[in-house]
Design a protein around this ligand. Structure first.
Ligand SMILES: *[C@@H]1O[C@H](CO)[C@@H](O)[C@H](O)[C@H]1NC(C)=O
Ligand SMILES: *[C@@H]1O[C@H](CO)[C@@H](O)[C@H](O)[C@H]1NC(C)=O
Ligand SMILES: *[C@@H]1O[C@H](CO)[C@@H](O)[C@H](O)[C@H]1NC(C)=O
Ligand SMILES: [Ca+2]
Length: 401
């Protein structure tokens, strides 16, 4: 019975996707035991877990109620936004609901009635958790896409912000940057921040609604056009931390800087057709768990990795109590296919093997030095003549000194 169970468990890693499991119970010549692997959670629909802030105050339409027009029908201004009427209100939450078949629900801004003062809005999404993009970011605009906007991200819970991508109908005019396409990037420039004109030109408000932040095209530089060689991407991320960090953030901010103009200049006599309306903000990402968890759950109001490998913390970023804190390392995607778990070492346990050149048969962890080394050395040798094998991060400083 036990034999059958272990056989089944052993087969699971082959059937699942890469890095889906953290450990399995395997049998070998020395009997059954746990085997540990690098692991990561599955991608999730992250818009459902975001905290949202829209700035400046009063940018959402409907208070007071306001009529607006569309570019298709600029003199038939029969549409109304009224925050006090559920059927006519357009609150921020409508960017993150599940769209039913048929009519789109959307957040809408006030109109540009204060022109020539710029019509700007910030939409900030916060997860209070590091997450890693696994698919394109997709923002859907009703009534036309902005002519100027940018995307920013924060890696430190909103303390500092970095540009992620610039979008304009004329990149040079708006940002002083040349327009580029992600598909023209190379392996060494895959994490470059660029300006694109691909999603900002007027094409009719019904035809082209989506603005993308291209993740799949960037992955494809390493993993091939159909993303079949993901191991190439993972290997690259292991050697280039900047590449991995590029897809990681705790917060996103969309800065809307100039609305759709209908393919022409601003017409001052009808400012009621200029505004922003977003029906969906899709963020597909996985929790960052440092390759120490394959599950991430929403509890106590936040996302939390279910840490394995004797790690703990929101991102499994440290060792559990009674484990040696300095032995913490992120798991590694390499070697392919299972990676390295780099589990935390139990306090007081020997971690790695010592090579003591026949002068000792005892290898121990010395707590106050945080090293593993030969102890009880005989034949008048001292600790410093010993060598630790299979231990990359600790022990070497004492031994080489
Ligand atoms: C939007 O965010 C940027 C920083 O990311 C800030 O400088 C700007 O003042 C904000 N605008 C509004 C309208 O809050
Ligand atoms: C963010 O997450 C941390 C760790 O889980 C928690 O202690 C803190 O209260 C959270 N902050 C907010 C604003 O939710
Ligand atoms: C974590 O610690 C427990 C208890 O010391 C041990 O049985 C287990 O093998 C450890 N896990 C790993 C991945 O090292
Ligand atoms: Ca919606």
């Amino acid at each position: 019975m036990l034999y059958v169970a272990t056989l089944l468990l052993h087969c699971i890693p082959l059937a699942l996707g890469q890095y889906d499991i953290c450990k399995s119970w395997v049998t070998s010549d020395e009997g059954p035991s746990w085997e540990y692997y690098a692991c990561q959670p599955k991608p999730m629909i992250m818009k459902e877990y975001a905290m949202v802030k829209v700035d400046p105050p009063g940018i959402t339409c409907g208070d007071p109620p306001e009529r607006f027009c569309t570019h298709e029908n600029p003199y038939l201004c029969s549409d109304e936004c009224d925050a006090s009427n559920t059927d006519l209100a357009h609150p921020p939450s409508l960017m993150f609901d599940r769209e039913e078949e048929g009519l789109a629900t959307y957040w809408q801004s006030v109109t540009w009635r204060k022109y020539p003062e710029p019509l700007v809005a910030n939409i900030t999404l916060s997860w209070n958790k590091s997450i890693e993009l696994t698919d394109d970011l997709l923002v859907t605009f009703e009534y036309g896409r902005p002519t100027v906007m940018m995307l920013e991200k924060s890696l430190d819970y909103g303390r500092t912000w970095h540009p992620y991508q610039y979008y304009a109908d004329d990149c040079m005019e708006a940002f002083g940057m040349p327009s580029r396409k992600v598909r023209d990037l190379s392996a060494s420039s895959a994490n470059r921040v660029l300006c694109t004109e691909e999603y900002s030109r007027w094409a009719g408000s019904k035809k082209e609604k989506n603005v993308r932040f291209e993740v799949r095209e960037r992955f494809a530089i390493f993993a091939g056009p159909d993303l079949r060689k993901m191991e190439n991407l993972y290997t690259r991320m292991e050697s280039n931390k900047g590449l991995k960090d590029f897809f990681t953030f705790t917060d996103l901010r969309l800065r809307l800087l100039r609305p759709a103009l209908g393919g022409t200049y601003v017409q001052r006599e009808n400012l009621y057709k200029y505004f922003y309306a977003i029906s969906n903000f899709e963020v597909i990402a996985r929790c960052k768990c440092n390759l120490h968890a394959n599950a991430c759950t929403f509890r106590d109001g936040g996302l939390q990795c279910e840490c394995e490998h004797n790690t703990t913390g929101q991102d499994c970023g440290r060792c559990k109590k009674n484990f040696r804190s300095k032995s913490w390392r992120s798991g590694s995607y390499t070697p392919i296919p299972h990676g390295s778990p780099n589990a935390c070492a139990a306090a007081g346990s020997a971690f790695g093997n010592c090579e003591c050149y026949g002068h000792s048969n005892r290898c121990s962890y010395i707590d106050f030095l945080n090293v593993v080394t030969c102890v009880s050395c005989k034949h008048n040798t001292r600790v410093s003549t010993a060598k630790t094998v299979g231990l990359a991060t600790t022990g070497t400083s004492l031994l080489s000194g």
